[in-house]
Design a protein around this ligand. Sequence first.
Ligand SMILES: Nc1ncnc2c1ncn2[C@@H]1O[C@H](COP(=O)(O)OP(=O)(O)OP(=O)(O)O)[C@@H](O)[C@H]1O
Ligand SMILES: [Mg+2]
Length: 258
Amino acid sequence: MKIAFAGKGGVGKTSLAAWTADWLARNGKNVWMVDADTALSLGSASGLSLEELPEPLICREDLVRDRIHAGGFLNLNPDVGDLPEALGVDLPLIGEPAPGVTPGRKRLIVMGAVTNAGGGCACDANALLKALLAHIVMDRDDWVLVDLEAGVEHLGRGTVAHVDGLVVVSEPSMRSLQTGAEVGRMASDLGLTNQALVINRYMGGEPPKLDGLPQWSVQIPPLDGLVERQMTDASVLGLPETGVLDATIEKVLNKLGL
Ligand SMILES: Nc1ncnc2c1ncn2[C@@H]1O[C@H](COP(=O)(O)OP(=O)(O)OP(=O)(O)O)[C@@H](O)[C@H]1O
Ligand SMILES: [Mg+2]
């Protein structure tokens, strides 16, 4: 019930995380979406305006200091149990819930980048981010979707240890697939072997057999509805192609056995 989305930059990780969360909520599941990226775009992609976006945890110096230096000591195992409720903001459900289903709740936590905690207290902020990520991934019964930073640097045990499934997102290009293979290999080395590959903007052809690249794959075509709209609207939800996306997401979740 915990899924991470990883892959090269710009391949569609955030979009797919937003589509998946909306599908789950429309099918009655409660979802926590965790934006662990620098670009902070998961909220916008899910239909929040810039004013509605929550402040990233990484910018909350007060919180970081309080938790990490509680009692005057450096605490690398800080208490974060209350943070999901305190930091999560509700996201609107887009589209109709499945027939006869009471929609679930979609909540967003913006953490900021795990590897890239800026400012003077990078280590402190990083420790808190990792603790929160581990907590939310370990202790929650709800669905948790983690939108990871592009690339492979963040793929440490802290981020993947308690994740049940990894969605590797790639464009149909060799360089993007090579990054996908690297992500897949690193995650497998860390014990996360339950993986699926989503080839986004797929136009035809067979993906190459690269060591580490998940064998099982589905494709998403270029979406005209998204291309037409994205100049004026940051949301990727409520597209005319929602039916195609829903069917693809269902396949991915089935493959991951979740
Ligand atoms: N199938 C598609 N058809 C058309 N446009 C798409 C498709 N998938 C994603 N996009 C667009 O491509 C851009 C990049 O997508 P997205 O932000 O989801 O990628 P990302 O992997 O999260 O990027 P980053 O590494 O910067 O976080 C967005 O403008 C998105 O709307
Ligand atoms: Mg992104």
